[in-house]
Design a protein around this ligand. Structure first.
Ligand SMILES: Cc1cc2nc3c(=O)[nH]c(=O)nc-3n(C[C@H](O)[C@H](O)[C@H](O)COP(=O)(O)OP(=O)(O)OC[C@H]3O[C@@H](n4cnc5c(N)ncnc54)[C@H](O)[C@@H]3O)c2cc1C
Length: 473
């Protein structure tokens, strides 16, 4: 019997598991997919927003500002790529400049530091590649970029090392409660727990309705992106936003922590992650208004993520009204990534109101990773002497070694697919997108996991890259 069952291993579930793992509790995380961070957390703009956008007084405003500060510290502790590159919200006319004034004032009320309104010259001094049509901008120096999936993984790895049980491939199908105990039935079995935290992203309404009355509705809104090669990665040095509209923060152009350029998203009601010609054309046309000379010929990948837009217009962070002991962290749309650790602490506080929580005598809070391409020549030689597999480069675009891939496959949360290896050590993230190293990564997965080549997955269950043997000896 678990004290707490968390449903969903996105950034919200992983953050909740991380903080709960510091207490003397038996915690399980049930995740439908074969890895953490397989929902919205792996496909978004990856911005840690400064906090000037949400309306003052909302949960979004409070958790964004607090969460952004927590993420800066967490990324340091957990060795996760993070860069405080700052953001500019650019304006093209007087109406936009009024919006920028409103954002500036909101930011002050929300407690965002160092905000400044810039005129045209000041804006171009900071970002010479911006359109000549720009009238001015809001500068938010505390805005940052991060690797969202690495942050989620790092949080869950530490949680698992502290005793949290991560149950992957466990899709929750039914929930019931009797005698103060929840029974959560999944595709794999049954789990019993005293409390449940619902962090199921775009399905959090469906999960709540498995046991409670309808209290909120999630609408799924897709956002599509271009990810450009590193040759475009220095096109801008800040995240460039246009003024927000009713449908969201609009199309941005931003460097990524991995050195690429990200451009997007649009906003279309949709529950699939297919990219479309129309969606990408819209992104492209809108982006060049602010950054005209983006070389879209250097695009290396398109992808889409799905927002969990809810009908309350704010985060839902509360105990269910109809099911005591069931806590929703639901409808976590943007700035959900920036807010996640703060939302998780809210769940911990709620639990403290329900039961006595005692910190463990010892628990882990930090994590360290080997990134071969960031080591000095001496450190590289030292590592290769200890383990020659660090001397064999598998991914040439990103300089990722066999040693790092083997480490990913045998890590705290083992990588079971080619994409899971990529999320842990960047193999296949570069210009060729795995064209050269994909086959080698597959071979290493076969060898290290002792599986048949026919069982190598690109990503999810059912994405086998080989379907049958051509020549049988
Ligand atoms: C286009 C786009 C851009 C964004 N940009 C930003 C940004 O720049 N900055 C920012 O702060 N926020 C941004 N966001 C928002 C941010 O990405 C989300 O708020 C955040 O990732 C939500 O995390 P989550 O853990 O709630 O959901 P998810 O990451 O979706 O995790 C939910 C998990 O629950 C699992 N699950 C679902 N159903 C079940 C079930 N039945 N059984 C078991 N498991 C289940 C899923 O598989 C998934 O792993 C953006 C969102 C989108 C879509």
């Amino acid at each position: 019997m678990y004290d707490v069952i968390i449903i969903g291993a996105g950034i919200v579930g992983c953050s909740t598991a991380y903080y709960l793992s510091q207490y003397d509790l038996k915690v399980a995380v049930l995740e439908a997919c074969n890895d953490v961070s397989m929902g919205t957390t792996r496909a978004n703009s990856a911005i840690i927003h400064a906090g000037y956008d949400p309306e003052p007084g909302t949960l979004m405003a409070r958790h964004n500002v607090k969460g952004a500060l927590m993420i800066r510290e967490l990324c340091r502790r957990l060795d996760v790529p993070y860069k405080q590159c700052g953001a500019l919200v650019v304006g093209f006319d007087d109406k936009d400049m009024e919006t920028i004034q409103t954002l500036y004032e909101r930011g002050l009320v929300n407690g965002v530091e160092f905000l400044k309104i810039l005129n045209r010259e000041e804006t171009h001094d900071l970002e010479p590649q911006l359109s000549a049509d720009i009238k001015g901008a809001l500068l938010a120096p505390t805005s940052a970029i991060v690797s969202p999936w690495e942050l989620a993984l790092a949080l869950m790895e530490v949680a698992v090392e502290n005793g949290v049980e991560l149950k992957l491939n466990n899709k929750v199908e039914a929930i019931s409660k009797s005698d103060e105990v929840f029974t959560v039935r999944t595709s794999e079995g049954e789990y019993h727990g005293r409390y449940v935290v619902n962090a199921a992203g775009i399905y959090s309404d469906a999960i709540h309705e498995m046991i409670g009355q309808k209290e909120f509705t999630i609408t799924k809104t897709k956002g599509e992106y271009y990810l450009l090669d590193k040759s475009e990665g220095r096109r801008v040095s800040h995240t460039i936003f246009q003024c927000p509209s009713k449908v969201g923060k609009g199309v941005l152009v931003s460097p990524t922590v991995h050195g690429n350029l990200i451009v997007g998203p649009n906003a279309e009601d949709s529950d699939n992650t297919d990219t479309t010609y129309e969606g990408l054309q819209f992104v492209r046309k809108t982006a060049v208004r602010s950054v005209p000379f983006i070389s879209f010929g250097d695009n290396i990948r398109n992808f889409a993520g799905i927002r969990a837009k809810n009908d309350r217009g704010d985060f839902i962070v509360e105990e269910s009204h109809s099911v005591p002991g069931f806590y929703n962290i639901a409808g976590i749309m943007s700035p959900g990534l920036s807010s996640a650790p703060s939302l998780a602490l809210e769940a911990v506080d709620w639990l403290k109101g329900k039961m006595e929580l005692h910190k463990k005598a010892e628990y882990k809070e930090t994590r360290k990773k080997v990134r071969f391409n960031q080591l000095s020549a001496e450190e590289k030689n030292e590592l290769i002497k200890k383990d020659p597999r660090y001397g064999r480069i598998i991914c040439r675009c990103e300089t990722v070694t066999e040693g790092e891939i083997v480490e990913a496959i045998h890590g705290v949360i083992p990588a079971v697919s080619i994409d899971a290896v990529k999320r842990r050590c960047n193999a296949g993230m570069g210009r060729c997108q795995g064209g050269f190293c994909g086959g080698k990564v597959a071979e290493i997965l076969v060898r290290e996991r002792g599986i048949s080549p026919l069982d190598v997955l690109q990503n999810q269950r059912g994405t086998n890259i080989l379907v049958r043997e051509l020549k049988v000896k």
